[in-house]
Design a binder for this molecule. Structure first.
Ligand SMILES: Cc1cc2nc3c(=O)[nH]c(=O)nc-3n(C[C@H](O)[C@H](O)[C@H](O)COP(=O)(O)O)c2cc1C
Length: 365
C-alpha cells in the first residue's frame, strides 16, 4: 500500500468512526462542569451591544471561535471542511484544516484542502503533525502547507498517544522541541502548536513559549478521545485492549488551560477538547483562553449540510453571548476577568481557591 493510500484510508476511517461511534471518554470529563461563572442579576449591560469580537494572530474575529482542525485530503473530508469554512466566513470565525501531510506527499491531493474560494476572509490555519519533522519534513514542507491553501498561520499538532496506538504510527518524538523552534524562526507566518485532545502541561507550554510559538491550543481531555477512535480502527485483540486502556488518558481541558496559561503566560491560548456549548467556551475564556475551539460537534453538523454547520456555530455563538450577559461581561476582555466558582468556592485562575475566610458565600461581582 502506498503512503498516500494508507493516509487516505486512515482519514476516511477517522471521519466514519467520529460520526458513527461513541468516541468520548466513559469515566473522564473536561472538568469544566466543576466551574460556574458567577451569575450577575444586574449586569448593567444591553444584550444587543455585547461585543464578542477579538483579535488573534493579527486577525479580527467577530467571535472568539475556532473550527478546530479536522479533515481534508479526501473528497468526503473536503466537502465537510468547505461547509465549515462557509460557516466560518459568514460568522467571522477562524478555521483550521486537517493534516496536510497527504498533500505534501502527493500534491494531487492538495485540491482536497482548498477553501479560500468559499472563505476568502477567514483566519485560516494550515496543519501538519509536528512528528513529521522527524520523518523528512522541515521548514520547506511547512511553508508548502501554508502556501497550498493560502493560510494565515500554521498549526503543528502534537499527538504522541495517537501515533503510539496506530500500528503504522510514527513513534519517534525525540528532539522535536528544537525543530519546532526552527520552524517558528523560518516561517513568515505565525506557528501555533496544538494537542489533539490530551492536553499540554506547564513544562511543555513553557518550552513552547521559549521556542517562539505564536499560540498554543491546549486541546485537553474530556471530548473526542483519539484512543477511542484508534480503538475502533484496530483489529487485533491486544491493540484493542491497549487503546481502550488509554480512552480516559490526558489532562482535562479545565486543568490544561490553567497549566498552559501558567507555563506560557505571554502566549495566546486556545481552548479545545470537549467544548460542547457556548457556556463551555465562556468558562474556558474565564479560565484564561483567548479563543474556543470546537471539533467533534461541528463535524457531525457539517456532515449533514452547510446550513447545519452554520446553525450549530450560530447556536454556540449565541450561547456565549448569553453567558457573557449572565455574568456581566460586555467584552471578551471582561469575560477573561469574570469570577468563577469551583465547588461553590470562588476560584482565582492560577491561584486556586480564594482564601477560606472569603470562600463562601461568594459576593456579587
Ligand atoms: C475527524 C477529526 C479529525 C481530526 N484531525 C485532526 C488533524 O488532522 N490535525 C489536528 O491537529 N487535529 C485533528 N483533530 C483533533 C481536533 O482538532 C481537536 O483537537 C479534538 O478533536 C478535540 O476537540 P473536540 O473534543 O471538540 O472534538 C481531529 C478531530 C476530528 C474529530
Amino acid at each position: 500500500m502506498s503512503i498516500s493510500t494508507g493516509t487516505e484510508r486512515r482519514k476516511t476511517d477517522h471521519i466514519r468512526i467520529n460520526l458513527e461511534e461513541q468516541v468520548e471518554p466513559h469515566d473522564a470529563s473536561t472538568g469544566l462542569e466543576q466551574y460556574r461563572l458567577v451569575h450577575n442579576a444586574l449586569p448593567e449591560l444591553n444584550l444587543d451591544t455585547i461585543d464578542l469580537s477579538t483579535t488573534i494572530l493579527g486577525h479580527f474575529l467577530s467571535a472568539p471561535m475556532l473550527i478546530s482542525s479536522m479533515t481534508g485530503g479526501v473528497e468526503e473530508g473536503w466537502q465537510i471542511t468547505r461547509r465549515l469554512a462557509q460557516a466560518a466566513q459568514r460568522l467571522g470565525c477562524a478555521i483550521g484544516v486537517g493534516s496536510q501531510r497527504a498533500a505534501i506527499e502527493d500534491p494531487a491531493r492538495s485540491r482536497f484542502f482548498q477553501v479560500r474560494d468559499v472563505a476568502p476572509d477567514v483566519l485560516l490555519l494550515a496543519n501538519l503533525g509536528a512528528v513529521q519533522l522527524n520523518y523528512g519534513f522541515g521548514p520547506e514542507e511547512c511553508r508548502r502547507a501554508v502556501e497550498m491553501i493560502g493560510a494565515d498561520a500554521l498549526i503543528l499538532h502534537l499527538n504522541p498517544i495517537q501515533e503510539a496506538l496506530q500500528s503504522d504510527g510514527n513513534r519517534d518524538f525525540s528532539g522535536l522541541m528544537s525543530k519546532i523552534g526552527e520552524v517558528c524562526r523560518a516561517l513568515e507566518v505565525p506557528v501555533v502548536v496544538k494537542e489533539i485532545g490530551f492536553g499540554i502541561s506547564v513544562g511543555v507550554a513553557r518550552r513552547l513559549q521559549e521556542q517562539g510559538v505564536a499560540a498554543i491550543d491546549a486541546s485537553g481531555a474530556g471530548g473526542t478521545s483519539w484512543s477511542a477512535v484508534e480503538h475502533y480502527r484496530t483489529a487485533g485483540a491486544m491493540s484493542r485492549r491497549i487503546s481502550s486502556t488509554f480512552i480516559d488518558w490526558g489532562i482535562p481541558t479545565a486543568v490544561t488551560l490553567q497549566m498552559a496559561r501558567r507555563g506560557a503566560p505571554g502566549v495566546p491560548l486556545i481552548a479545545s477538547g470537549g467544548l460542547r456549548t457556548g457556556v463551555d467556551a465562556a468558562k474556558a475564556i474565564a479560565l484564561g483562553a483567548d479563543l474556543a475551539g470546537f471539533a467533534g460537534p461541528l463535524l457531525r453538523a457539517a456532515a449533514v449540510s452547510t446550513e447545519d454547520a452554520y446553525d450549530m456555530l450560530s447556536v454556540l455563538i449565541e450561547e456565549l453571548r448569553l453567558a457573557m450577559f449572565g455574568c456581566g461581561a460586555g467584552t471578551i476582555a471582561e469575560l477573561r476577568q469574570a469570577p468563577l466558582l469551583k465547588d461553590g468556592v470562588e476560584w482565582a485562575v492560577l491561584n486556586g481557591p480564594v482564601s477560606p475566610d472569603r470562600a463562601a458565600p461568594v459576593r456579587n461581582p
